[in-house]
Design a protein around this ligand. Structure first.
Ligand code: EPZ
Length: 425
């Protein structure tokens, strides 16, 4: 097992290049299943979730290989073994994104109930019900979904999600590209990663368009072709480095991300008084906190995009421990995503939990080093941020969860002046 040892207190300064978005690239890898021609993705982050999905797709029988540094080439000729093993799925919920493309292209797949972060119950009923509306038969036995289409494949359908679901929207889009007729998705997700997936599918010959507020229409086509696509920058990695700059009173320029995708975060940062400038044309954000005034407290509620991202309330809470007054966080997407609070309290934070979805954070409280750890990607990043701000040394365990979604996080932080080491423990 590996851990990070962090000695806090060093202000971060310099430039950091933001990697391609995890929550886009995984769905784009799945999109490559829809064609027998090669799909090349560029700006692919070196994160363990990509490695897991790559191995899983190779086991099914597809060619997936890294080339030219940040590119990934995928060729899905046949699926001799349309089966996703449990070991892979427990590591990554996104494995379930193969349901739609496998059904659309090969007519069958066996997938386990997926795993992922420990952030509460995460059912897949919306995905399953949508595929059933499109004509698939899906049986659940012994932890596995056995899914198949009729002989003439999936048919277009009208799907209205009971609540906004990112991967549910993406799974239906992927399935519908090769279905007979038109599919209408209502209450669809608006995340920029969904739009980037729609752009890739367009390049592959798919007919997918946003046609109304939270409505997407997909006209099925007979076949899709190969394409090359550059994955958009990771807004969550960008937000993490913006907080790292602010919490250490540093001066950091983030490159390779579109600030328009961080609207809700930038608005909260502005309300708190974090000095930053964004340039959408240049794809950069400059966080300048060297001599900034004390931070103001805020009340934040998570919501589907364009609201404040659930993935980002935990990292923000570290900054709120340094604001002057009482802040609140209301997590509305997941039932149980405030576990990091317990670890932050060990480091000196004053956080009161009101149930499992609300937290009250009183600041400013100096943070001090401690031994902390948590089995979740964004909460792991949160503890790293706290370690950077704390006096003394912190030891953060559970970093395999951080490696799932952050490319070489410690190398990027060290280049900005942080004191962080990865150790074998
Ligand atoms: C995506 O998960 C992201 N993962 C998550 O990012 C992110 O937290 C989440 O969207 C919300 O923005 C990927 O894109 C791989 P949902 P997803 O379906 O699509 C409920 C990170 O840190 N729901 O939008 O799986 C669900 O329980 C990760 O990068 C059902 O009830 O989330 C939740 O309450 C972690 N039934 C809500 O909908 C379903 O069938 C939204 O979840 C599906 C979802």
């Amino acid at each position: 097992m590996q851990k990070f040892v962090i000695t806090g207190g060093a202000p971060l300064n310099g430039e950091v290049r933001i990697a391609g978005a995890k929550n886009a690239v995984l769905k784009m890898m799945a999109a490559a299943v829809l064609t027998d021609e090669p799909v090349t993705l560029r700006n692919v982050p070196r994160i363990s979730d990509v490695v897991i999905l790559r191995e899983l797709m190779s086991d099914i029988g597809f060619e997936v290989r890294r080339s030219n540094g940040d590119a990934l080439e995928i060729r899905a000729l046949e699926a001799p073994w349309p089966f996703v093993p449990l070991e892979a799925a427990v590591k990554m919920r996104a494995s379930f994104i193969l349901l739609g493309p496998m059904l659309a292209r090969f007519g069958r797949v066996i997938l386990p109930n997926p795993g992922g972060d420990r952030i509460g119950r995460r059912p897949v009923d919306f995905h399953v019900e949508a595929m059933q509306r499109m004509g698939a038969t899906i049986a659940y036995r012994n932890g596995y979904y056995f899914a198949a289409t009729p002989r003439d494949g999936l048919r277009g359908a009208h799907v209205t999600f009971p609540r906004v679901t990112v991967m549910g929207t993406e799974n239906v889009i992927l399935a519908a590209t090769l279905a007979r007729g038109t599919t209408v998705i209502d209450n669809a997700a608006l995340e920029p990663e969904v739009d980037d997936l729609i752009a890739l599918l367009g390049d592959m010959g798919g007919r997918v368009a946003r046609t109304g507020e939270r409505r997407i229409e997909v006209e099925g086509v007979d076949r899709l072709g190969g394409a090359e696509h550059r994955v958009l920058g990771d807004r969550l990695e960008a937000e993490t480095f913006a907080i790292a700059a602010a919490i250490t009173r540093g001066d950091v320029t983030l490159r390779g991300v579109d600030p328009r995708h961080l609207g809700a975060f930038l608005e909260v940062a502005e309300r708190m008084g974090v000095p930053l400038e964004a340039d959408a044309e240049a794809g950069l954000i400059h966080v300048r906190c060297r001599d900034s005034a004390p931070l103001r407290p805020v009340d934040v509620r998570t919501d589907p995009y364009p609201g404040f991202a659930t993935d980002f309330q935990a990292p923000l809470s570290v900054l709120l421990t340094q604001a002057d007054g009482v802040s609140t966080i209301h997590e509305t997407i997941f039932e149980d995503r405030l576990d990091h609070a317990r670890e932050l309290v060990k480091m000196g934070a004053d956080i009161e939990l009101l149930g499992t979805q609300r937290a009250r954070i009183t600041g400013p409280t100096p943070l001090h080093g401690a031994e902390v750890g948590i089995a979740d990607l964004r909460a792991g990043a949160t503890l790293i941020l706290a370690g950077l701000a704390a006096t003394g040394t912190s030891v953060v365990s559970g970093i395999e969860h951080v490696d799932r979604g952050y490319e070489q996080i410690e190398a990027k932080l060290v280049a900005l002046g942080a004191r962080i080491n990865r150790i074998e423990a």
